[in-house]
Design a protein around this ligand. Sequence first.
Ligand SMILES: Nc1ncnc2c1ncn2[C@@H]1O[C@H](COP(=O)(O)OP(=O)(O)OP(=O)(O)O)[C@@H](O)[C@H]1O
Ligand SMILES: [Zn+2]
Length: 494
Amino acid sequence: MALRVYNTLTGTKEDFVPIEPGKVKMYVCGVTVYDHCHIGHARANVVFDVIYRYLRSLGLEVNYVRNYTDIDDKIINRANREGVAYDAISERFIKEFDRDMAQLGLLLPTSQPKATEHIPEIITLVQTLIDKGFAYQMGGDVNFCVEKFDPYLKLSKRNLEDMQAGARIEVDERKRHPMDFVLWKEAKPGEPFWESPWGKGRPGWHIECSAMSMKYLGETFDIHGGGKDLVFPHHENEIAQSEAASGKPFVKYWLHNGFVNINSEKMSKSLGNFFTIKEVLDKYDSEVLRFFLLSAHYRSPLDFSDQNLTEAETGMERIYKALVAIDETLASNPATGGEEIDASSLGEAERELFDKSGSLPLRFREAMDDDFNTALAMGHIFDLVRCVNRVLSEAKERSNTLSALCAQVKANIGKIADVLGIFTSEPASLLTRLKDRKASELDISVEEIERLITERAAARKAKDFKRSDEIRDFLLGKNIVLLDSAQGTSWSVK
Ligand SMILES: Nc1ncnc2c1ncn2[C@@H]1O[C@H](COP(=O)(O)OP(=O)(O)OP(=O)(O)O)[C@@H](O)[C@H]1O
Ligand SMILES: [Zn+2]
């Protein structure tokens, strides 16, 4: 099966055929850098990071551009509130964004252009639109004339007349059509500005993405991405500006991620119902957050709640525990390396594991080829882990075959890990990290737990089972579960 992607432009899943064989040009709208990023922003960026990684894993050469919107009303407002220059705000939040993305394990895009570093390209594009009759000057502003661009609203499939009728916003009478949007904004006194043929001003939001995407990727490119909320007006306006200027199709595939919701409402700054990436990473491991964000298909809504993150943590822990068990099996009886597994000699459970592990790369590819279905891909990993647990718990001895099977599972999960950017940690240390995090929320210290475990071992040795049970129950009351084995006693948080 070849890769198929859901294209918002056609409303269908289509075969993905790059314009130039072997190469993919992809632009994703970045953040407006006026505040800390929330989990909705994390989702948009993680989703396209995985799409980027998957395309690369298919052997495609991907030119991935993600911008920073570093001039905007929201940035100016915050700068005024804090009494600093606009670029003190944008620079601060670019640094914060970069730090958040690095924590979430994102690969760097090929280019990360900033709007303010592309003013000449923006002015040239606006001038071209005026020269071609698609834009007009209105005082110190320049507007795009939507009626001149016939396919306007082809992405969101809205109707201009209906929208006009429905528009209750106060409309500037000087506009030729109420839906005309601004390409260049005249600077108000005290606002940052750049010189232009229309006076001192700054670019509108939509034009920057047309100018930067076409500069880095050409007039027509393969993929344009962003959150669903950008379909209208942002992407619709990008299409209008770019296609009106170039006379060519702008983008072949439009991909949009679904929202992170809280109580069925979009997480957003304006609603105030948001959690920043930093806040969440204070509490949860970054791999847990990434795991959570990829646990749903990228177009589906994703409900954010403490409970859902805790469930993601438990799910990830289950997989890592299996990876630790695999490592322990390999340590106790290393696979001699490269040995063939004789399938006919396997018992029923081993046979199932052998089959599921062997077919994992193919099933992963099928899931991802179906519009990047990371949820299904993760389901395949859980399925495999169930088989691993069964085989390891039923195995009477650590045989060479068992080690060879474990080595195969480890290698095949490893291949997927690189594309999803999860399961990449050293398993034992990840489990320790999770345990430490949970322990930090307990009302008992790790030292105290370990002291009690030592005391309990001594009590058991002295056959003082009353004291030993007392300690176990006391710890259980603190949500600590003890597990006795031949190697000693280990503990985990319930
Ligand atoms: N709740 C969300 N779920 C998924 N993606 C989101 C969410 N909120 C924003 N995004 C996406 O993040 C990217 C950056 O958005 P942008 O900087 O324009 O956000 P914003 O409009 O400032 O955020 P907010 O919506 O909170 O005001 C866009 O692709 C946007 O669609
Ligand atoms: Zn954009």
